[in-house]
Ligand binder design. Structure first.
Ligand SMILES: [Fe+2]
Ligand SMILES: [Fe+2]
Length: 239
């Protein structure tokens, strides 16, 4: 467990996705600030590292979940997994949540004016995420798949994969920041006492989408992208 001390928390999650629950329960951002070591993250959050280590250790006793083997997937398996496990869900939920938010703003907006700000942030989130997913699926992931399977590379508008990755990581950070704002505005997604079921539902949908986005981003930032950069370098060295 000592070796975890200097490990980035994003990498800890990428290697064992069940660790996300531990970091989330202490408000530690393993997603866009996942390059922080466990030791530094604990210091920032005034939590004893021994406590987090104990919680992580307890996790390893649990049965592994379906996504726990992502760290050993080949690149093309990983892109397929990310699309089927996260992109499909995100693309399905963005319009569903938008519709539910419109309903609750109409019904509860007068008594709960922060709903207007939540909706405004959600519109920004959607504008950030939809073209991002499209770009990954249409351009970046096919290039990564070609790298992985050693077939000829598709024509792309970048010289090296690290170039679009910088931009994709920036977009992850933007989306993460917008979701932080939504989480704060929604006071951690706790429904007020006087609200209808649609209000409760949309808070739960937002919370689930945020949790899924954190895992999705961790898999890309700390597994897929570093592996793709390494694979491209190895391929170039062979030429
Ligand atoms: Fe993605
Ligand atoms: Fe992404």
């Amino acid at each position: 467990m000592n070796k975890l001390k200097n490990k980035p928390i994003g990498q800890i999650v990428a290697e064992n996705l069940t660790a996300a629950k531990v970091f989330e329960s202490h408000g530690m951002d393993f997603c866009c600030h996942g390059t922080q070591t466990l030791e530094n993250a604990c210091k920032d959050h005034h939590i004893a590292i021994t406590q987090i280590e104990a919680e992580l250790s307890a996790l390893s006793q649990l049965t592994s979940q379906d996504h726990s083997n992502v760290s050993v997937m080949e690149l093309n398996e990983l892109t397929h997994h990310i699309v089927t496990a996260h992109h499909v869900y995100t693309k399905k939920m963005l319009p569903v949540i938008a519709k539910h938010l419109d309903t609750v703003v109409e019904v509860h907006g007068v008594n709960h004016p922060t709903l207007f700000d939540i909706r405004k942030n959600f519109v920004s989130l959607r504008k950030e995420l939809e073209p991002h997913l499209e770009k990954e699926e249409k351009s970046i992931f096919p290039y990564i798949d070609a790298l992985a399977t050693n077939i000829s590379l598709p024509s792309v508008d970048f010289y090296k994969i690290s170039q679009p990755i910088i931009l994709l990581e920036q977009e992850h950070e933007n989306a993460g920041r917008i979701f932080d704002d939504i989480n704060n505005l929604a006071q951690g997604y706790k429904p007020p006492a006087d609200v209808c079921n649609t209000y409760r539902l949309v808070l739960r949908e937002l919370q689930e989408l945020e949790q899924d986005l954190h895992l999705h981003i961790a898999k890309e930032n700390y597994l897929l992208f570093p592996k793709a950069i390494k694979c491209e370098l190895e391929r170039l060295q062979k030429c």
